[in-house]
Design a protein around this ligand. Structure first.
Ligand code: NAP
Length: 352
């Protein structure tokens, strides 16, 4: 991969879990990174980036920018050749899905890409989309042509009332393609990762990924784990996919990015031999029990979500990323183990 280090590149949402590893990789390549965040004065939130930048050949510059502020990305984008747009809230439990998820995802994408249209130096945009833009529930696989999700599919089942995070990602990616198709100067390349796991550069990360894996070890699933399957991918592999999307001359379109599919019980089974003192799940929660009690245990686990996901395999085709981006994946067991260990080391999990 030939990386031109003569022009800066921009990364939105620099404090985020996924962005951290992308920035580390860019700095290691010797690039100048224009990192946008909401509060550059908060040194604690960017301490892990400062640390990485100290030992890397590249240079980092911070810029304040909120997704909802029109024109906020102008200064950070000036002179950049590539824009990595990662910023978007990844939380499931929100009060107001329109305000807390859809607005920052959709209006933020529009704001960033309108600025790209005004910034002649930008040649390529790499958008951190998600498999959530491709499907809403595991049961949606019934509607696919070949019994697997591919880059051809779009999520048609999520809404403000059901899987609102997935809905926000689908609206954002659709908008990105719409804006991209109205011009021919810059190329859009999308990375569509499944559930991202693995140690964060910042061990106190707040991405939903941390909350989900923490639930495996804090006793929430000790009485039984819902057999809800996800594609899993290491955060370092997701960062690699972004670099390939940015610097491989022929990278184009969308890319489903994941290594393996596992449900919560299978994740617990992979972790148990390494962490015998933690209350990892030993049994699957029968689907009728998950349906009946899920909403009481966790208000995001609605009966519709249980019906359409629990006990339904996750089937998706990751071959385009392997073929066109040359992706190689860490095994899920390694990523899970290192992630779980990080939660312990950071004091975020207690022994039973
Ligand atoms: P994260 O750690 O919560 O990062 C989200 C980032 O978005 C944070 O830096 C956050 O900034 C920023 N952000 C949120 N609202 C903003 C606003 N109004 N203005 C400016 N910045 C805002 O989550 P993540 O897991 O790294 O997610 C990063 C991207 O990857 C998202 O686009 C997500 O949809 C995508 N993704 C994640 C996964 C996964 O499993 N983690 C899977 C597929 C795709 P603050 O720090 O200021 O809040």
């Amino acid at each position: 991969m030939n990386i031109d280090t003569s022009k800066p590149v921009m990364v939105t949402g620099a404090t985020g879990y996924v962005a951290g590893w992308i920035i580390k990789r860019l700095l290691d390549e010797g690039l100048t990174v224009h990192a946008t965040l909401r509060d550059s004065g908060n040194e604690k939130k960017r301490a892990h980036l400062d640390l990485v930048a100290k030992d890397a050949p590249g240079t980092i510059h911070y810029f304040d920018a909120d997704l909802l502020d029109d024109g906020a990305f102008a200064d950070a984008m000036a002179g950049c050749s590539i824009v990595f747009h990662t910023a978007s809230p990844f939380v499931v439990d929100v009060k107001d899905p329109q305000r807390d998820l859809v607005d920052p995802a959709l209006l933020g994408t529009r704001n960033v890409l309108n600025q790209v249209n005004k910034t002649p130096s930008v040649e390529r945009v790499v958008l951190t989309s998600s498999v959530a833009a491709i499907y809403g529930d595991n049961a949606d696989v019934e509607n696919t042509a070949n019994g697997k999700f591919t880059e051809e599919e779009w999520n048609t089942t999520s809404s403000l009332d059901h899987q609102a995070y997935s809905y926000s990602k689908k609206l954002a990616e659709e908008e990105a393609w719409k804006i991209n198709k109205q011009q021919d100067r810059w190329r859009l390349v999308c990375i569509n990762p499944a559930l991202v796991i693995g140690p964060g550069l910042n061990p106190r990360g707040t991405s939903e990924s941390f909350r989900l894996i923490k639930q495996l070890g804090n006793g929430t699933m000790a009485a039984g784990a819902p057999r809800w399957a996800f594609g899993l991918v290491d955060v370092r592999d997701v960062a690699e996919a972004h670099l390939k999307a940015a610097f491989l001359p022929d990278a184009q379109g969308r890319h489903i990015i994941f290594a393996e599919s596992k449900d919560f019980l299978e994740m617990g089974q992979l972790l148990r031999p390494h962490f015998p003192k933690y209350p990892l799940p030993r049994f699957g929660l029968p689907k009728p029990m998950a349906w009946l009690f899920g909403p009481f245990a966790n208000k995001s686990l609605t009966r519709r979500i249980v019906t359409r996901n629990v006990g339904v395999p996750f089937r998706a085709d990751n071959s385009k990323g392997i073929r066109e981006l040359g992706m190689r994946y860490r095994p899920a067991e390694e990523s899970l183990r290192e992630f779980f260990q990080q939660l312990i080391d950071a004091g975020r999990l207690k022994k039973r």
